[in-house]
Write a protein that binds this ligand. Structure first.
Ligand code: F6R
Length: 634
C-alpha cells in the first residue's frame, strides 16, 4: 500500500478515494485533468496514451471530453488509445460491441486519428486469440505504455473483465464472464442468454503497469464492492483491490457509491461526529444489529466499546438513548401510508388531512411501482385516496423478442378465424392487421437476436408492457384508467447506458405535477446510477419539481422515496415502514407476476420485504410478515 490515505477519517482506505456529490462533478474533474495532461504533453511535442473503459460509468466523462473538444478546442490529434476489453464473438459493427460503443460515445465526436485507436478484436478465432493478445500488449509497449488508465468497476469487483480469480500479474487474454457480469449486461443484450460468454481483456498486470489509474464508480449498487476494493484485503476475489499497491491510483466515486465506506457508514469510528437525528439512529441501530440485541437492551459499555462514548454523554445513559431511538423507529411504522383521517398525526409519518389525498406514483419503468410499493399502493387505494400512477417510460427495452413474436402470431391466427372460412364464420376486413403482424415478424427475422429494434417493434413491446402494468394495477385494486403512460423521449429514443435527458422529458413531467397537484409523491432513483433509467428519471423529476417554482401545492406535498429493485433502505433511513400481512404479500406477488414478459424469479419470493420486517423485529419492534420502506425527501 504505497498511496494510503493519511487522514484519520480515511484510515481504513488503502487507496486514495475522492467522494464527489454527483457523477457529473466527478467526471468533469477527471476530464479536466485528462485535458491538462493532453495539452501539456502536446506542448512538449509528446503523445498521450490513454487506457479507456466502456460501460455506463465513463459515459459522463466522455461527454465532458467531447464538450472540451467542441467548446474549448481540446485536440486529440496526439492521443493514442487502448481499450480494456471487447466481447469475444462480436464484430465491430455489432450494436453491443465495445468498438461501436466507443465510436458512439467518443471516437466519432473528437479528432482522434483512426490509426491511434486500439481495441481487442472480438472476431479473432480461438486458435489465434493468444497471439492477438500478445500483439495487443506489444502495441501498448510500442506506444510507450499507458499514461492514464480509466476504469469502471463491475459488481464482481472486476476491472476490465478481470473476473474473480484473475491474478495480479495476469496479461491480456480470453476470459469467461462471471454470472453476475452477464446478468448486469442482460438488459443491453435483450436477455441474459444473448450475452457472450467470453471476452478478451487486458490483465490486472497490464492495468497495473499504467503510470496513473483512475477508477470511477456511481450509484449505490457499487457501494459494497467499492468498499471491498478500497478497504478490504488485496485479493484475487476482487481484482480492483490490486489497485491498492499501485503507486498512483485513485477512486472517484459519487455520494451513493461511497455509502459503504467506513468514514461514511460508521463515521464515529474514524472522526468527530455531529450527532444529528439520522446519525444517532444510524449508530444505535447499527450497534443493536451488531450485538444481535433489541435496541432497548443496549448497555452503556456497548456504546463505549464502539466509539460512541460521546453520543452517550449527550444523552446521559444508554437507557434514555435507547428509548428515544426505539420510539423514533416505532413511529415510522404505519399501515396508513396516506395518513389516518381523524387521528392525532403528530408522530405519524403522514398527515391525517387532507383526506382523501391525491397520491401520485411516478414509476420510472412499469413494475417499479409494484415491486417496491405494491402493498402500499393497495393500501392507498383501499383507504380511498385518489391514486394516479404515471409510468415515465414504456419499459419496452426489457420485453424479449419472443413476446412480440407471440403477439404477432396470435394476431395472424385470430385474423384467420374471422375470414369467411374461419371458425367464427364472421367476416371482417383484417388486411391492415395481417400486414402489421407480418411486418413485425419480418422485422424480428431481419434484425436477429442482437439487431436494433425498429420503432414499430419498440411500440409493440411497449404496448405489451402497458398491458401488464394495467393488469398488475388491477390485481392491486386500482382501475387501469388511473394509469398514465408518459413515454418520456429520453427512453423512447434511447438505449441502455446511453440515455440523455431532454427538455421535453422535463416538460412532460412538469405537466403531470401541475395537473395532479399531488399531496404525496412516491418515486425512486435518487441513489441509482445516474445513467440508468431510474437515475435519468429521477433527474427529470427533480428538474421538473424545481421548475414548478413556488407553486402553492408544493408546500402541501410530501415526497416519499423508495429504493427500487435491488436494495432496501437501511433502518436509520426509513421514515415510513408500511407493514404487510401474509395475505397482502401474496396479493403483491400476484401483481408482480403479471409482468410475464420479464419477471425475474428472485422478485417473486417477497424476500426483500420479509428482510425489512426481520430487521425491525431484530431491533425489538413488532414482528410483521413483511414491510415496504420509504424515506422522506427533504
Ligand atoms: C468496461 C469494463 C468493465 C466495466 C464494469 C462496470 O470496459 O471493462 O470493467 O467498467 O463492468 O460497468 P458499468 O460501468 O456499465 O457499470
Amino acid at each position: 500500500m504505497s498511496t494510503a490515505a493519511t487522514t484519520t477519517t480515511e484510515q481504513f482506505e488503502k487507496v486514495p478515494t475522492l467522494i464527489f456529490p454527483t457523477a457529473t462533478t466527478a467526471a468533469a474533474a477527471l476530464a479536466r485533468e485528462v485535458a491538462d495532461l493532453i495539452t501539456a504533453r502536446q506542448a512538449a511535442g509528446q503523445t498521450t496514451v490513454l487506457g479507456l473503459a466502456t460501460g455506463s460509468t465513463p459515459v459522463p466523462f466522455y461527454r465532458e471530453l467531447i464538450r472540451l473538444h467542441q467548446q474549448e478546442g481540446l485536440s486529440f490529434a496526439n492521443v493514442i488509445t487502448f481499450n480494456l476489453d471487447e466481447y469475444h464473438g462480436l464484430g465491430r459493427d455489432h450494436r453491443e460491441s465495445y468498438f461501436r460503443f466507443m465510436r458512439e460515445q467518443l471516437f466519432d465526436h473528437v479528432d482522434l486519428r483512426p490509426e491511434n485507436i486500439h481495441l481487442p478484436d472480438g472476431t479473432v478465432p480461438l486458435d489465434k486469440v493468444f497471439a492477438h493478445c500478445q500483439d495487443y500488449e506489444a502495441a501498448i509497449d510500442a506506444a510507450g505504455g499507458i499514461d492514464l488508465q480509466i476504469l469502471g468497476i463491475g459488481r464482481t469487483g472486476h476491472i476490465g473483465f478481470n473476473e474473480p480469480g484473475s491474478t495480479r500479474d495476469s496479461r491480456t487474454r480470453l476470459i469467461a464472464l462471471d454470472r453476475i457480469t452477464r446478468q448486469d449486461a442482460a438488459a443491453d443484450f435483450l436477455g441474459e442468454g444473448n450475452v457472450p460468454r467470453f471476452a478478451i481483456t487486458m490483465g490486472v498486470g497490464t492495468i497495473l503497469r499504467a503510470r496513473k489509474v483512475a477508477l470511477m464508480a456511481w450509484g449505490e449498487n457499487k457501494a459494497e464492492i467499492v468498499r471491498e476494493a478500497v478497504e478490504g484485503a488485496e485479493t484475487e476475489a476482487v481484482s480492483a483491490s490490486f489497485l491498492q499497491s499501485h503507486p498512483d491510483a485513485r477512486f472517484l466515486v459519487d455520494a451513493p457509491a461511497s455509502k459503504a465506506l467506513t468514514r461514511v457508514k460508521l463515521p464515529w469510528l474514524v472522526s468527530h461526529v455531529d450527532w444529528d437525528e439520522t446519525g444517532t439512529r444510524r449508530a444505535v441501530t447499527w450497534l443493536a444489529l451488531r450485538h444481535h440485541k433489541p435496541v432497548l437492551k443496549l448497555l452503556d459499555e456497548e456504546y463505549n466499546e464502539n466509539g460512541m462514548a460521546e453520543l452517550l454523554t449527550r444523552h446521559g445513559r444508554a437507557y434514555d438513548l435507547n428509548i428515544q431511538i426505539f420510539n423514533r423507529l416505532q413511529h415510522t411504522i404505519s399501515g396508513w401510508p396516506g395518513g389516518k383521517p381523524g387521528a392525532d398525526d403528530r408522530t405519524r409519518p403522514e398527515r391525517a388531512e387532507p383526506h382523501p389525498k391525491r397520491s401520485l406514483i411516478l414509476a420510472p419503468e412499469p413494475q417499479d411501482d409494484v415491486l417496491s410499493m405494491g402493498a402500499t399502493l393497495q393500501r392507498l387505494v383501499e383507504h380511498g385516496h385518489n391514486v394516479h400512477v404515471a409510468y415515465m417510460t414504456s419499459g419496452d427495452l426489457r420485453v424479449g423478442d419472443a413476446e412480440a413474436s407471440k403477439f404477432a402470431k396470435v394476431l395472424l391466427e385470430t385474423s384467420e378465424q374471422f375470414t369467411p372460412a374461419g371458425l367464427g364464420g364472421q367476416q371482417g376486413d383484417w388486411t391492415h392487421q395481417v400486414a402489421y403482424a407480418r411486418d413485425i415478424l419480418a422485422q424480428l427475422e431481419a434484425k436477429g437476436p442482437f439487431g436494433d429494434p425498429g420503432d414499430a417493434l419498440r411500440r409493440l413491446k411497449g404496448l405489451i408492457r402497458r398491458g401488464e402494468a394495467r393488469d398488475a394495477l388491477q390485481a392491486l385494486g386500482l382501475p387501469p384508467e388511473h394509469a398514465q403512460f408518459l413515454d418520456l423521449p429520453f427512453y423512447a429514443k434511447g438505449r441502455y447506458r446511453q440515455f440523455r435527458l431532454e427538455e421535453a422529458d422535463v416538460t412532460a413531467l412538469r405537466t403531470v405535477l401541475e395537473t395532479e397537484k399531488p399531496h404525496q409523491i412516491f418515486i425512486t432513483g435518487h441513489l441509482a446510477d445516474p445513467n440508468s433509467v431510474q437515475g435519468v428519471a429521477w433527474r427529470a423529476f427533480t428538474t421538473a419539481w424545481d421548475q414548478c417554482g413556488t407553486a402553492a401545492w408544493k408546500d402541501n406535498c410530501r415526497i416519499w422515496l423508495h429504493r427500487g429493485h435491488q436494495k432496501e433502505l437501511e433502518p436509520h433511513e426509513i421514515d415510513m415502514a408500511v407493514p404487510i400481512s401474509p395475505d397482502q404479500l401474496a396479493q403483491k406477488l400476484a401483481a408482480i407476476q403479471k409482468f410475464q414478459s420479464h419477471t425475474n424469479p428472485d422478485q417473486l419470493t417477497g424476500d426483500r420485504n420479509r428482510q425489512s420486517a426481520h430487521t425491525y423485529d431484530a431491533l425489538g419492534l413488532a414482528e410483521y410478515e413483511a414491510i415496504e420502506a420509504f424515506e422522506r425527501w427533504k
